[in-house]
Design a protein around this ligand. Structure first.
Ligand code: ADP
Ligand code: MG
Length: 633
């Protein structure tokens, strides 16, 4: 039989070239990780085959052995990693290692700064994978054959790590993949059995497959003597071991394998649940948010195993969406091996496991929040915005999630979100019944909002909410610990209980004194406002807008309009500050046209301070200029 080799040379994507260059330069101090990455890929490939073969055991083609072998050849200067896993077709080779089949690549490159130390960290966050071979090798040859295909449909991929790679069709007797690394001159340390065994122990003991090397391998001479392979790693599934038997290092290495991450995790929780249902879980919180945290198509979720057999990646049914940053696995004793994604969606066992898993993760976060404030602050910085999706998604755990939330507030006036709702309640004033907040489209806008003035002057704390998700959060979190959450920019302020007699009297007096002005303003602005009134909120600004209890915040309306949505018109209330000179001056204005003009300016500036947009900005500017001109006359 003739094999059409179809040898072709293909260019890497520009981004792959950049990535390769960056990796080679930034990871040079940690070269040995190439072996971890190749072993990890071999192990994934064996997992995939075992799973596919559940429904079709002819894929084994007579050899059910799943293993990874590592050989080296001192003279030829090569290290070879071979797996008996699923293998790849020609198209898969091109897709998987000719391009970067990872979401987030673009963001990754956009966030590079050119500063070596910084970029090295970033590449760690991105994960390195197959290309890490080029840290030590100046040529890499991968030969593979997909399980189930005939021998003549093997594929060979080869590259020097520069701009291109070659592909050809070859004959390959055994299924699976073999990667041969041709080492740089001077890169001798890895051509050594002792060194390779050490690296395997360090990074890959937890891999639940045998990783084999030639017995007492010292190189070429043993092979000729028909030497036996022996298993080098522990080869037991780490998550099945009791917690006390697993070292911190092993947990960390296992994380890098399951999460395809290069950095240590922030924390983890490992448990064995026995009872009606038995399952094991091991969940990790990454140290850093991935680039694609907000990408709906990103891979997320948890690996599912059934009685130690890998079933699937990204089983999103096992974790709610707001915990999509959690990595790790669930291993069930009770699910059938042939479980599919469809079955997962309507399965009582899965619902129980999911509920239990969420509790584990929330429990871990609670203990971090309690015992390690610094770690929790770092968690919050990375994943806080995602956690804020929680109360809207997970009603069962709403109170628990609410306790984990952190905010900026007028107490700290810092953009860093450190205030919990419990902290807030602990600082509530005598007579204060609500948890006050303000939403805005930036922290500065929230912090400087005119609405805050009265609260600041009375020393009442207000949460400053400026994340996009905050509007969504407060629409689902109406109360905490029996205290309603209230926007200070909506509805009438009810600070009566917090005012003393003197203040109440002054307010009453102002109301009477300004009743006429307020009425005239309301008439002048009838088209634009619902109502005008004397404000209880302002101490410095002349005016502010107040939305109805159920209306959308001004900045949200603006945001939605910009995104092309129809926003139902809602007229705000205008409040004026009687102690402001502009306002008291307006009281004496008898010229109707000028009165209207001033009133419009007060309304427009209130709109601008809310992050809103003026329907007619030119009119605003003209009016303002008229007023300024009068001043210089
Ligand atoms: P990752 O493992 O994070 O996906 P890699 O760069 O390590 O990234 O690998 C890229 C892809 O190439 C893998 O997802 C897999 O599809 C494919 N691949 C790599 N090595 C093997 C292998 N030994 N057997 C089968 N497929 C492989
Ligand atoms: Mg990999």
């Amino acid at each position: 039989m003739t094999v059409d080799t179809q040898k072709e040379t293909l260019e890497f994507q520009t981004e792959v070239k950049q990535l390769l260059q960056l990796m080679i330069h930034s990871l040079y101090s940690n070269k040995e990780i190439f072996l971890r990455e190749l072993v990890s890929n071999g192990s994934d490939a064996c997992d995939k085959l075992r799973f596919e073969a559940l429904g079709n055991d002819s894929l084994y083609q007579g050899d059910t052995g799943l293993r990874i072998r590592i050989d080296f050849d001192k003279e030829a200067r090569t290290v070879t990693v071979t797996d008996s896993g699923i293998g790849m077709t020609r198209d898969e080779v091109v897709d998987n290692i000719g391009t970067i089949a990872k979401s987030g690549t673009r963001q990754f490159f956009e966030s590079l700064t050119g500063d070596q130390a910084n970029d090295t960290q970033l590449i760690g966050q991105f994960g390195v994978g197959f290309y890490s071979s080029f840290i030590v090798a100046d040529k890499v040859t991968l030969t593979t054959r997909k399980a189930g295909l005939p021998a003549e449909q093997g594929v060979r991929w080869s590259s020097g790590g520069d701009g291109s790679f070659t592909l050809e069709t070859v004959e390959r007797e055994t299924r699976g993949t073999e990667v041969v690394l041709h080492f740089h001159e001077g890169e001798d340390e890895f051509l050594d059995g002792f060194r390779l065994r050490n690296i395997i122990h360090k990074y890959s003991d937890h891999i639940p497959l045998p990783i084999e090397m030639l017995a007492e391998s010292t190189g070429e001479e043993d092979k000729e003597a028909a030497a036996e392979y022996e298993t080098v790693n522990k080869a037991s599934a780490l998550w099945t071991r009791p917690r006390k038997d697993v070292t911190e290092e092993e947990y960390k290495e296992f994380y890098k394998h399951v999460a395809h991450d290069f950095e240590d995790p922030m924390n983890w929780v490992h448990s064995h649940v026995e009872g009606n249902q038995s399952y094991k879980t091991l969940f990790y919180i990454p140290a850093r948010a991935p680039f694609d945290l907000y990408d709906r198509d990103s891979r997320h979720g948890i690996k599912l195993y059934v009685r130690r057999v890998f079933i699937m990646d990204d089983a999103e049914q096992l974790m709610p969406y707001y915990l999509r940053f959690v990595r790790g696995l669930v291993d069930s004793d009770d699910l059938p091996l042939n479980v599919s994604r469809e079955i997962l969606q309507h399965n009582k066992l899965i619902d129980t496991i999911k509920a239990g898993s969420v509790k584990k993760v929330l429990g871990l976060l609670e203990s971090m929040a309690k015992d390690d404030k610094e770690a929790y602050a770092s968690f919050w910085e990375q994943f806080g915005k995602v956690m804020k999706e929680g109360p809207g998604e997970d009603h069962t755990n709403r109170e628990r999630i609410a306790k984990l939330l952190r905010f900026s507030s007028t107490q700290t006036d810092s953009e860093e979100q450190t205030v919990s709702l419990e902290d807030y309640i602990g600082r509530m004033k005598e007579g204060q019944e609500k948890i006050y907040f303000i939403t805005a489209d930036s922290f500065a806008a929230a912090k400087n909002s005119p609405h805050l003035q009265i609260f600041r002057s009375k020393g009442i704390e207000v949460l400053l909410l400026a994340d996009r998700v905050d509007e969504w959060l407060v629409s689902h979190l109406n109360e905490f610990d029996g205290k309603p959450l209230a926007s200070i920019a909506k509805g009438e302020l009810d600070l009566d209980k917090l005012a003393d007699e003197e203040e109440k009297e002054a307010a009453k007096k102002n109301e009477d004194e300004y009743a006429d002005l307020v009425k005239r303003m309301k008439d002048a602005l009838a088209e634009r406002v619902n109502e005008a009134r004397v404000s209880q909120r302002l101490t410095d600004s002349p005016s502010c807008l107040v939305m109805g209890e159920h209306d959308m915040a001004v900045h949200m309306q603006h945001m939605l309009k910009q995104a092309g949505h129809d926003v139902p018109p809602s007229k705000p209330d205008l409040e004026i500050n009687p102690s402001h000179p502009l306002v008291s001056r307006l009281k004496d204005e008898s010229d109707a046209a000028r009165f209207a003009s001033w009133s419009n300016v007060l309304l427009d500036q209130a709109m601008l301070s809310e992050g809103g947009q003026l329907d007619d900005p030119v009119a605003f500017v003209n009016r303002l200029n008229d007023l300024l001109q009068e001043m210089i006359k």
